[in-house]
Ligand binder design. Sequence first.
Ligand code: AHR
Length: 330
Amino acid sequence: MLRHTWIVLAAAAFGLCLAGCQSNESPAPTGKSPDKGGKKQLVVGFAQTGAESSWRTAETESMKKEADKRGAKLLISFGQGQQDNQIKAIRSFISQKVDAIVLAPIVETGWDTVLAEAKKAGIPVLLVDRGVKVADDSLYATLIASDFVAEGEMAAEWLGKKMGGKGNVVELKGTTGAAPAIDREKGFHAVLEKSFPYMKVIAGQTGDFKMAEGKKVMQAIIKAKGKDIQAVYAHNDDMALGAIQALEEANMSPGKDVIVVSIDGVKGAFEAMVKGTLSATVECNPLFGPITFDTLGKALAGEKLPKYIKNEDKLFDQSVAAQVIGSREY
Ligand code: AHR
C-alpha cells in the first residue's frame, strides 16, 4: 500500500512540476526538494560516466535541458571513468531518497550489489546508453540504448566495400569492459570474418574513447606499422579525430592513403568528412533527455516497461556530409 502511494505521488510530481524547478550539477546535501506551491518536484540522480568525449557532453546537455524543461531537479555525478565513483554516487542518491536514478554505466559488470540496494530502497533505475550484465534483470527498469554490435557491423560493411575486400586495418577501441567497446569490436570482426576474409586487423588498442588517447595510441601504431596501415576503425569519433591528427603529423593522408571510419556522428566528425579526412561515421544518437524522462514517467506510474528500448542508428559518409552538416544537432 505504502509503495503504491509512493509511486502515485512520484508520478504526480513528475507531471505537475512544470515551472520554477531547476537542475543541479552536483548532488544536493539533503533529500527531495521541498514542495513548491504544493507541488513536489521530481528529483532524479544521474550517474554519468564522465566527460570523455564530445558525444558524452551532448548526452549530458540533453539530460539537463530536458530536466529543465520539465521542471525536474537533476543531480549529476560524473564518474570520471571510474566505476567506484559511480557506485558511490548511486549510494549517495539512495541516501538522498531521489525519486529515480539514471545510470550510464562505465563498464558492464559489477553492478549487482548497488542496484539491489536501489531496488530495496524502492528507487527505479533506468540504464541509458550502455547495458550491464547482472544476474537478475529486475534490478533495473529498462535499458535505452543503441545496438552497438549492429554499429560495428555497419562500419565493417561500409569499410569492406570501400576497400574492395582487402587491406590492413588498425582498430582503436573504447574503454576496456564498456559495452560499446565489447560490442563494436564483436560486430566489426564478425562481418570481416564472414564477408571480407582478406581484410586484416593488424593492431588494436584502447584509446578510452578520448581524442588525446586516440592520437597517442595511433602515433605508437604508426611507428610500429607505418605504411602497412590502410584503414582505421575507431570505436568513436573523438578517437578517430585524434588518429587523423597523428596520421597528418606522420605525413600520411587520412581519407586518401588511409580510410578512417568511426562511430557517434558528432559535429566534429561531419566537419572532418566535409574536409575529406574522415570517410564515414555511424550515428549513435546521444540525445537521451526526452526519451529518458518520458520513460521515467512511465516507470514511476508503475507501467510495465520492455527490458530494452532501442535507438535507431544510421551510417553517414563523405558523399552526404556537406548536405546534412547544417542539420546536425550535436
Ligand atoms: O556509450 C557510448 C559511447 O561512449 C560513445 O560512442 C562514446 O563517444 C562515449 O564516450
